[in-house]
Write a protein that binds this ligand. Structure first.
Ligand code: F6R
Length: 609
């Protein structure tokens, strides 16, 4: 959470930073700010709320004489989203400016120490301690590098910083510990950012900074050091991404574009993991060696990634008889862990930066578990916790609400389950059937997406309701959890998912004519008739019923709105119900005038525990 960017070069600094921050807005949008070092002064601009507010302020700012600047986009942790808490923060003499992503855990003790030494704090942030520490050390060393090296020794927690000093022009120091930072090298200057999208189009080569390292960026070169000041040799790699890959194209929102990308991502995954259409190759992993002796699987993940894990549990257990426990990473960390050397831990994270998931995997490592990570970002921090990686190949997901990464996770988890069954020698006709049925899903998904107009009409009927209930059983329970999450996070409607059979044990008390209920019913599933009965119970209490039904022969006498999905087996059905529920959530949020791509209070990379 929070995004930082820095640029030193001969392009218009303000424009580069604004573009960079815009592409990092998925990391937070509580406030933003920039600092520019010019010939005689450092100018700082800060604004609460979305980046557009800063953009307006900067229209009247004269930054033309500045060749270096740093910027920040904030997701508030310590201190409210006020201007005084916005970054950059400055030293008391105004010469040092600093932006920060992360949390300084020992900031309270440091603050007291610095206050006793006469530093006067202007904000409630943890970040301000870092800038004063550097100022204090600068007074001793008169060198920004030396002051930074001395200051970081005092800091505990997670930090990525960009730092400038008025008296040391043509220099930005970028520091990393437990928070991502990537350095970009270009013909017109050098750059640093929390994430790659900010660098696209400005630089042509990149270097990932590792923990306990810092980089010194000048207009013409960049040098790298560890926290002891030893020089490091780094080999830059080409930056292959084009600006088009992070544009919205002709879509109104990233979310809509990403929903529609899903069939092609499925195809990409199938040809990546099953190049000959028969044999599953898990990204070069020696599957026999890794999987043959496992006795249990633990899946740790958060949010949408957790929901994908829950769906996968149904399939893995069914096909392999290996017990699977699915834990929210934030809970796993604090529970008694039954993890051992015969446990395979699957960490799932789109961003690869989710702090809870990373911490959970580090704990699992201490128990000698094998760790397999599914991530959409092979360059992310989570990779360091893994014995092996299964890439999601979904392309950069910009919208804060996860869509295409969810279905990509499902596909990779299915393939993993099939492979595990094969390695364990328990693959049967059903495994084979599912493996081949997966190839029909991209076209079926396209069918689902082509019915968007009808879904938009259904959405219009329900946008004014303030509460929703979602019900499903078995794997569809995982599906409705995800559907309810999508709806609540982008529309702010209170949406709750229940196991349909549990409804009469309490939640049915919620049902009346003001309660729309979304139910998933999959033909030939063992619970089809049971869910119909659950829906009858809702109807009897005047609830409004929206049914996602995969049975083309089903004669509707029950549902207020019936959404037909193509015939699909129960195990693979989340791949078809997900796009329907994503589109419902999208169109309801749109009708309510919500900021679909940037819902309030959220950030895409949750880098704090
Ligand atoms: C919901 C959403 C979040 C994330 C969660 C985990 O749409 O995006 O619930 O799924 O924060 O993020 P990753 O997968 O990056 O670890």
């Amino acid at each position: 959470m929070c995004g930082i960017v820095g640029y030193v070069g001969n392009n218009a600094v303000k424009d580069v930073l604004l573009e960079g921050l815009q592409r990092l807005e998925y990391r937070g949008y509580d406030s933003s700010g920039m600092a520019f070092v010019g010939a005689h002064q450092t100018q700082v601009y800060r604004a609460c709320g979305k980046l557009d507010n800063l953009r307006k302020i900067l229209e009247n700012a004269h930054t033309e004489s500045s060749f270096q600047g740093i910027g920040h986009i904030r997701w508030a942790t310590h201190g409210a989203a006020t201007e005084s808490n916005a970054h950059p923060h400055r030293s008391t003499d105004g010469k040092i400016s600093l932006v920060h992503n992360g949390i300084i855990e020992n900031y309270q003790a440091l603050k007291e120490e610095l206050q006793a030494q006469g530093f006067c704090f202007q904000s409630q942030t943890d970040t301000e301690t870092a800038v004063y520490l550097i100022e204090r050390e600068y007074q001793k060393y008169q060198s920004l590098e030396k002051a930074v090296i001395a200051a970081v020794q005092y800091l505990k927690g997670a930090f990525a910083f960009c730092i400038m000093h008025q008296d040391e022009p043509d220099k930005i120091i970028a520091v990393r510990k437990n928070a991502p930072l990537v350095i970009g090298l270009g013909k017109n200057g050098n750059m640093v950012a929390s994430d790659i999208p900010a660098l696209i189009g400005f630089v042509d080569r990149i270097v990932y900074l590792q923990d306990n390292e810092f980089a010194v960026l000048h207009q013409k070169d960049v040098s790298f050091y560890d926290f002891d000041g030893h020089s490091l040799l780094k080999s830059p790699e080409p930056l292959a991404l084009e600006a088009e890959q992070i544009s919205k194209g002709h879509y109104a929102h990233y979310m809509l574009k990403e929903i529609h990308e899903q069939p092609d991502i499925l195809r990409r995954l199938l040809s990546f993991y099953m190049p000959d259409g028969q044999n599953i190759c898990l990204n070069g992993i020696d599957a026999k060696k890794m999987l043959r002796n496992i006795e249990q699987i633990e899946i740790v993940a958060c949010g949408t990634s957790y929901n994908a894990g829950l769906a996968a549990k149904n399939v893995i257990e069914k096909l392999t008889d290996i017990p699977v426990r699915v834990e929210a990473a934030s809970e796993y960390i604090y529970q008694k862990q039954l993890t051992n050397a015969q446990t395979l831990v699957l960490g799932i994270s789109q961003s690869g930066e989710t702090a809870d998931t990373i911490t959970a995997l580090k704990q699992a490592r201490l128990k000698n578990a094998q760790i397999l990570v599914l991530t959409n970002r092979e360059d992310s921090s989570i990779v360091q916790c893994a014995d092996a990686i299964l890439p999601l190949k979904a392309g950069i997901e910009v919208s804060v609400a996860a869509t295409k990464s969810y279905t990509a996770q499902l596909v990779v988890l299915y393939l993993f389950a099939f492979k595990l069954a094969e390695v364990l020698g328990v693959a049967n006709a059903e495994t084979n059937y599912l493996k081949h049925a997966l190839f029909e899903l991209p076209v079926q998904m396209e069918q689902v997406l082509s019915a968007e107009k009808a879904l938009e009409e259904v959405s219009a009927l329900y946008a004014s309701y303030s509460d929703f209930v979602f019900i499903g059983r078995g794997i569809s329970y995982a599906g409705v959890l995800e559907g309810a999450l999508k709806l609540k996070e982008i529309s702010y409607i209170n949406a709750n998912a229940y196991m349909a059979g549990e409804l009469k044990h309490g939640p049915i008390a919620l049902i009346d004519e003001n309660m729309p209920c979304v139910a998933i019913l999959i033909k030939n599933s063992s619970t089809f008739d049971k869910i119909i009965s659950n829906c009858e119970e809702i109807k009897a209490r005047h609830g409004k019923l929206i049914g996602l039904v995969s049975d083309e022969t089903y004669q509707n006498k029950l549902f207020d709105n019936l959404i037909r999905i193509p015939n699909v087996c129960e195990e693979l059905s989340p791949l078809l119900t997900a796009p329907v529920l994503q589109l419902l959530a999208y169109h309801i949020a749109l009708k309510l005038g919500r900021e679909v791509d940037k819902p309030r209070n959220l950030a895409k990379s949750v880098t704090v525990e």
